[in-house]
Design a protein around this ligand. Structure first.
Ligand code: RB5
Length: 158
């Protein structure tokens, strides 16, 4: 798989370790994150990875900031993105099986590097289960569509 990875300053070291790990699993990885320790703004990296996934330039994404929360919120603003913050391997497996999460996020200040690798491994080796879960994931897309229609109506009224 081709995986887009992104991070802010809180996760430079962990991002490097995770990139090496992803390659060791036989995947390709593209780095959209910062490699500097200087303080920077996580929304830019969340958006960059989300756009790579939404545009089909990557099969899925991995985002890391201090908690995984800010950068995943940014990613979830992009249509078609389902970014999920995980702090354990079971949740990481289930967000793929049940939610078809196309971006995995975690916090460099929350999980250590061995746990982070377990989380990545669980996510990358899981498959979307489909069935009743597909119907629910479709409902998530319908919310996005309603948002687009609401925005269009607002634009027309303006
Ligand atoms: C940066 O200090 C920190 O706020 C950021 O990495 C992230 O945890 C935000 O959600």
């Amino acid at each position: 798989m081709k995986i887009a990875i992104g991070n802010d300053h809180a996760a430079v070291e962990l991002k490097r370790e995770i990139m090496e790990y992803i390659v060791s699993l036989g995947h390709k990885v593209e780095n959209y994150g910062t490699d500097e320790n200087a303080s920077c703004d996580y929304p830019a990296f969340g958006e960059a990875v989300a756009r790579a996934v939404a545009d089909g330039r990557a099969d899925c994404g991995i985002l890391i900031c201090g908690t995984g929360v800010g950068i995943s919120i940014a990613a979830n603003k992009v249509n078609g993105i389902r970014a999920a913050v995980c702090s354990d391997a079971t949740t990481a497996r289930l967000v793929k099986e049940h939610n078809d999460a196309n971006i995995l996020a975690f916090g460099a200040r929350i999980v250590g590097s061995e746990l982070a690798k377990d989380i990545v491994s669980a996510y990358l080796s899981a498959q979307f289960a489909g069935g009743r879960h597909a119907q629910r994931v479709a409902m998530l897309s319908e919310i996005e569509e309603r948002e687009r229609q609401n925005q269009k109506a607002k634009d027309r009224a303006y």
